[in-house]
Design a protein around this ligand. Structure first.
Ligand code: NZQ
Ligand code: ZN
Length: 389
């Protein structure tokens, strides 16, 4: 391991069936005025809303609500929430939902008392908050993003055709606590479950496919990937398998809570491509990643051959005997693609609504990262997008 780092993750987790009761331990730590934030209504159908509202009532909280936080939360929705939170004199933000709701709560946390425009400050200039921020707690209902234990908040600006994530440096933007009850995820549709599984897998890949040094993080990453592949196959056959779903939930958290990026460089180009596709189509996050991954990884493989051959052996169990390093690496990517197809992931951006005449615009929205095995130029971005059609 060659890099220097600091590590602090202050989010307290309550994991397991019935863990929502620990809201009773957490809520008394914060002020009376709570803003309850949720999505399009799944929590009302599956009963999670009633459970949470009951506990808020028992703890004597004044509750204002921000409902209808959409997948890929928008800047307009953020402005709307800022008004609601200000009017409610919010002391605490409670997010009940998936990554979109948790991300939104963090974006709101840094925006409610911000006197500047949050889009310009946090998403264009990538500044840290210079105002008071509100504490956030999460009750997670969809697994994938890791938002429950990180300081990331992705916001979509449809007018600018940009979807940008800001990972705040200050750990007080991380949720103060998160409730992770695997049972809460059992009502997810199959499409969302597998999109989340690929999001987890790709978070690990983004941190794994970078750097040449020998480091502990890569060994942890391989273990997480193996656990995820194993549990995903069980959950894909039986979505109600609690053991598999709980392992997937725990893996998601560790895949993106800053641990496996310590001491090493990281890539994140698949996310930049996926987010650009998302900005133009509003497609499901995990599916945008799946649809660009094959073309991207095949494109960069020659520049990181050693790591791709290691991935093939340590993650996919490819036997290298009688193969060149390149053949081993290729067999690993083929195994990954077979698994993705087995799960039923979207493998083409055309299936997400991308048309040929949108490619140039999507390339314009794609940020270029510098930590991967190949720093892409614009022509390569276009080539990868075309290969993903
Ligand atoms: O809105 P409702 O009705 O709740 O329905 C949601 C939504 O339609 C539904 N859902 C959630 N829990 C459910 C459920 N349906 C039935 N039963 C349940 N228990 O699932 C749909 C998707 O939810 P969403 O929160 O959008 O999914 P996800 O968790 O994948 O979050 C995606 C957002 O997170 C960002 C993405 O860019 C995207 O905006 N990301 C955040 C990251 C971070 N904070 O570090 C990193 C990721 O790479 C990602 O970029
Ligand atoms: Zn992601």
């Amino acid at each position: 391991m060659l890099g220097n780092f600091s590590y602090c993750n202050p989010t307290k987790l309550y994991f397991g069936e019935g863990a929502v009761k620990y809201l009773n331990d957490e809520l008394p730590k914060y002020g009376k005025n709570v803003v309850l934030i949720y999505g399009g209504g799944s929590i009302k159908k599956n009963g999670i809303y009633d459970e949470v509202v009951k506990i808020l009532g028992e703890n004597g909280k004044n509750v204002a609500e921000i409902a209808g936080v959409m997948p890929n939360p928008t800047l307009e929705k953020l402005y709307e929430g800022m008004q609601i939170a200000r009017a409610a004199k919010a002391d605490f933000l409670l997010a009940v939902g998936g990554g979109s709701v948790c991300d939104y709560a963090k974006a709101l946390s840094v925006s409610v008392h911000c006197e500047q425009d949050p889009w310009e400050k946090y998403y264009l200039r990538f500044e840290e908050p210079s105002c008071e921020t509100l504490p956030v707690g999460c009750v997670l209902t969809m697994v994938g993003t890791g938002s429950e234990m990180n300081a990331g908040a992705v916001i979509t600006n449809h007018k600018a055709k940009l979807k940008i994530g800001h990972v705040f440096a200050d750990e007080k933007i991380m949720p103060r606590f998160s409730v992770l009850d695997p049972k809460y995820t059992l009502t997810l549709p199959h499409y969302q479950m597998v999109a989340g599984i690929y999001d987890i897998f790709n978070h690990i890949c983004e941190q794994y496919f970078s750097g040449e040094d020998d480091n502990t993080s890569d060994y942890i990453a391989e273990g997480l990937m193996r656990s995820l592949i194993h549990s995903s196959r069980i959950a894909n056959k039986d979505m109600q398998d609690y053991e598999a779903r709980s392992n997937i939930m725990w893996t998601a958290t560790w895949a993106l809570n800053t641990l496996i990026s310590r001491g090493k460089s990281t890539d994140w180009e698949v996310h930049m491509l996926g987010q650009a596709v998302g900005a133009h189509t509003d497609a499901t996050h995990g599916m945008t990643l799946a649809a660009v991954s094959s073309a991207y990884y095949r494109h960069i493989m020659p520049y990181g051959l050693k790591k791709f051959a290691r991935f093939a052996q340590n993650v996919w169990g490819v036997d290298p005997s009688g193969k060149t390093e390149r053949e081993t690496a290729e067999a690993g990517l083929a195994a990954m693609e077979d698994w993705m197809k087995e799960l039923g992931l979207v493998m083409r951006i055309s299936e997400l609504g991308v048309k040929e005449d949108m490619i140039e615009g999507i390339a314009d929205s794609t940020l270029i990262m510098e930590g991967g095995y190949k720093v892409l130029d614009r022509a390569e971005v276009v080539e990868i997008l075309k290969e993903s059609m």
